[in-house]
Design a protein around this ligand. Structure first.
Ligand code: GLU
Length: 313
């Protein structure tokens, strides 16, 4: 568990909860799925969606790129040619994203983030004050990152306000059940499958899921894409969320982390679910693939195809 946020080190290692939410509103859950913990980095994916809604893709891309880094989540690095953070899933990019969240004052900006999370889960959320204050006290690395970006004019001058907002968004309390619902909402094109409320403009759902797939698991993202094959995002609070587009969302909570900051059991559960149920997004042997129907909609006769790369039987 992370010792740079002392409050998180108080978590009980045995806590373990799993929740799977389908896009038609069913849940499959076990263990501590209703135990609350802080969302931490998982918030980055959802706040990125809010930034896209606030400003549109072109503006956001001026502030943060979408390239994986292969580096730790808290590394102090920017793209040297543009001074942009590499992606919204590492701390540089997440702080730059939080910086552009609209609102007349700090309270309103936080309210908008909490309201956005409410749309995804269907209920209100609190900020865990001890965790927020703990990170605010010890988060000098994030402060260094923010001031480096300020030096390059990549973030606004109200940087201490933005850092507070970033620490608060990381300290929002959620459960594995909530994470499954949030992921199922993305899997469902941005509409919460239980409440029917739209949480994210459908134009940006693809952007959020794409960066989760390429950058969501810190410097384990490449191996994860190969072995798990699901868009996912983890947080140092012990949560992981993952999704299968158009099918389901997964939320796992288990505090012990590996060296990269990913929940050890969370990675294992997502990988096992992906493997056991053929959920890898590139698992072309999926039984429900209907390639004939697809070809028909393309106006081409698949039987004429000279050399299909897969076994049609
Ligand atoms: N609040 C944490 C930080 O910024 C989040 C890190 C994480 O969950 O990866 O360091």
């Amino acid at each position: 568990m992370p010792d740079y946020i002392p409050e998180l080190a108080l978590a009980t290692p045995q806590w373990f909860g799993i929740s799977v939410a389908t896009v038609d509103g069913r849940y499959f859950e076990v263990g501590d799925y209703s135990r609350s913990f802080t969302i931490q980095s998982i918030s980055k994916a959802f706040v990125y969606g809010l930034a896209l809604e606030d400003h549109g893709r072109d503006y956001v891309q001026c502030k943060v790129s979408v390239e994986p880094t292969g580096e730790a989540f808290n590394s102090i690095m920017l793209d040297q040619s543009t001074n942009r953070p590499y992606n919204p899933m590492v701390n540089t990019g997440a702080i730059a994203t939080t910086d552009i969240i609209k609102g007349a004052n700090p309270t309103e900006r936080l309210k908008r983030i909490l309201e956005m999370i409410r749309r995804y889960t269907g209920h209100n959320h609190d900020v865990n004050m001890p965790v927020f204050l703990s990170e605010r006290t010890t988060g000098n690395r994030n402060r260094a990152i923010a001031y480096l970006m300020l030096n390059f004019g990549m973030v606004t001058e109200h940087i201490e306000e933005t850092l507070d907002l970033y620490f608060q968004q990381c300290a929002v309390m959620v459960t594995a059940h909530d994470l499954a619902t949030m992921a199922a909402t993305l899997a469902n094109g941005g509409v919460n499958p239980v409440t029917g409320e739209r949480a994210l403009d459908e134009r940006y759902v693809q952007d959020v899921i794409s960066v989760m797939f390429t950058c969501g698991m810190y410097n384990h993202s490449g191996s994860w894409a190969c072995k798990g094959g699901l868009p996912a995002k983890s947080g140092v609070g012990g949560g992981i969320t993952a999704l299968v587009p158009e099918k389901l969302g997964i939320g796992v909570f288990s505090p012990p982390l590996d060296a990269r900051g990913n929940s050890v059991r969370g990675v294992g559960v997502c990988r096992d679910l992906a493997n056991d149920f053929g959920l890898h997004v590139f698992d072309i042997a999926k039984p429900d693939h209907d390639l004939e129907a697809f070809m028909a909609t393309q106006g081409a006769d698949s039987s004429d195809s000279p050399d299909l790369m897969w076994d049609k039987t």
